[in-house]
Design a protein around this ligand. Structure first.
Ligand code: NAD
Length: 483
């Protein structure tokens, strides 16, 4: 089966912060891959806008280097590199002043799709938004893309939403959570709502509990100062883990359209029960003989910031009453893995010998390092020797059936940028969703701050602090192995 690539309309995409780390590591290598796949049409332009007078040639050279360094281009794709680079432009701009805006205004072709990617610190969002309008650059159809972090609490998120909404309609604002751009996250919706099989079982009657794990092996080295002001709760839970939780828990939307999907996600967030203090565990990685502690990496010897968090959450509605959602994320753990596991209930009665009935069906959705889905089922062990049962994973990634498209399957950033150009907001967070998520996480963070909560230490290369194990063991359950 050949995957279909439908070219988008010609566009002008301006990347504010076009020389920054995110632009060089993710956005431009991603756009290059879309160009190679034939999705970015000739006539489309990417305009880097940043501090520094490096000129058009200097910018093109910088991005050529970035694609080679971060894009892992194949030999075949490098044939297209010159043509892609020729579509890059550069404007030296002073976001907080007047420099460069006149030049940008002249460059933009208003009759095409216009998109403005705010790949800069959130403190600059308001300046960009206001100047795009005061210089009469943005059209009523223009789209703006904003990066995380979207605020650090409800109050700051509201302030950001206000700043943006003064200049743009909600239908123009694309708040990126790159987890939503992952193939398997979308496949989760396809599996749930494209099959009759799962939805009747998708509730408290058949599901015992759900685990969402985002484990990283890296520490905070390099961005310690930034991370120390944020922590795992703000950096990962409020956005990525909550978005995954929403997609698992939401009711079927009436249509697969942006507001129908986001309305259902919002209802999930609003149904989350406040979390009791003993249902949250925070951790911080400790030093080993060869690796530094979190506090050393963060250059803050008295830091109380968490590099790990585990939460037992409940959704108070008919579908999920009594079903715990165990969320955990952390740095410097045993393995790099992101997984959603839907653990079904035990059999009500087994007709087989003991032991077989103890295994539960598990639908596991892997987001990284490899995207895929497995369903653990019990079958008869092949061969003679009576009715011996084994529990085996049924691979549901359909890689064989659909062929391997790893070369031309877009990664999360690529897919989301193309969605912006197409004007499809389904996989982007709406303002009210972001605010509702902060409303749920704020009291947890405030309670830690109020009592100067000290995170529990955990060993580098472990699965997290002991208390996080106890959090789930107390309920007679176990975390899935981090591997
Ligand atoms: P960076 O510091 O590497 O780059 C900042 C960019 O903004 C540079 O191009 C700089 O020239 C430009 N800039 C800053 N102030 C300016 C001004 N006054 N006028 C004009 N240009 C100005 O930052 P980054 O790591 O690329 O991150 C950008 C945004 O994306 C941040 O909000 C960050 O939190 C977010 N983000 C980054 C990553 C990542 O992997 N780097 C991941 C997720 C989110």
């Amino acid at each position: 089966m050949v995957s279909r690539v439908i070219p988008v309309e010609p566009f002008d995409l301006v990347i504010f912060g076009g020389t920054g780390d995110l632009a060089r590591r993710k956005i431009l290598p991603g756009l290059f891959r879309r160009f190679c796949a034939g999705q970015m049409p000739a006539g489309a332009r990417i305009i880097g806008a940043a501090r520094g007078d490096i000129g058009q040639q200097g910018y093109q050279d910088m991005i050529r280097g970035a694609i080679n360094e971060f894009g892992a281009p194949s030999a075949e794709s490098l044939v297209h590199l010159d043509a892609f680079i020729a579509q890059l432009h550069y404007v030296a701009i002073d976001i907080c002043g007047d420099g460069g805006w006149g030049e940008l205004a002249k460059l933009i072709r208003k009759d095409l799709v216009n998109a403005y990617y705010f790949s800069v610190a959130p403190s600059l969002f308001g300046d960009i938004a206001a100047r795009l309008n005061s210089w009469d650059i943005a059209t009523p159809e223009a789209r703006i893309v904003v990066e995380k972090p979207f605020g650090r609490d409800l109050q700051s998120a509201k302030a950001l939403n206000k700043v943006l909404s003064q200049q743009f309609d909600e239908s123009q604002i694309y708040r990126i959570d790159h987890y939503l751009g992952k193939e398997t996250v979308q496949n989760l919706m396809a599996v749930r709502f494209g099959n009759l099989l799962f939805e009747p079982l998708w509730n408290a009657q058949y599901i015992d509990h759900i685990q969402i794990t985002v484990a990283e092996t890296v520490g905070v080295g390099g961005r310690g100062a930034y991370y120390d002001k944020s922590g795992a709760m703000r950096d990962m839970v409020q956005n990525h883990l909550m978005q995954l939780l929403c997609l698992i828990a939401m009711e079927p939307p009436s249509h697969f359209d942006p507001d129908a999907v986001r309305d259902e996600k919002l209802k999930v967030i609003r149904s989350l029960a406040p979390v009791a203090a003993h249902h949250v565990v925070r951790g911080q990685y400790d030093a080993t003989a060869t690796t530094a502690s979190y506090r050393t990496d963060a250059e803050n010897p008295r830091s109380f910031t968490e590099s790990y968090v585990a939460i037992k959450a409940h959704i108070e509605n008919w579908r999920w009453a009594g079903v715990p959602f165990y969320l955990r994320t952390g740095k410097k753990l045993k393995a790099r893995t992101s997984e959603i596991a839907i653990v079904f209930k035990k059999l009500p009665h087994s007709i087989f010998e003991k032991s077989a009935d103890e295994k539960q069906n598990v639908l596991a959705i892997q987001l990284q390092p490899n995207e895929g889905m497995t369903l653990d089922v019990t079958i008869k062990e092949p061969g003679p020797g009576g009715m011996r049962l084994v529990h085996v994973p049924l691979d549901m990634t359909f890689a064989d059936a659909l062929g391997d498209h790893s070369e031309d399957t877009p990664d999360a950033y690529e897919r989301l940028i193309m969605d912006v150009i197409r004007g499809d907001q389904t996989l982007f967070m709406r303002g009210d969703e972001v605010e509702a998520a902060w409303k749920w996480t704020d009291p947890i963070i405030e309670a830690w701050e109020a009592r100067n909560d000290v995170p529990k230490l955990y060993d580098v290369g472990s699965a997290g602090p002991e208390d996080a194990m106890a959090l789930i063991h107390r309920d007679g359950r176990r975390w899935r192995e981090v591997k």
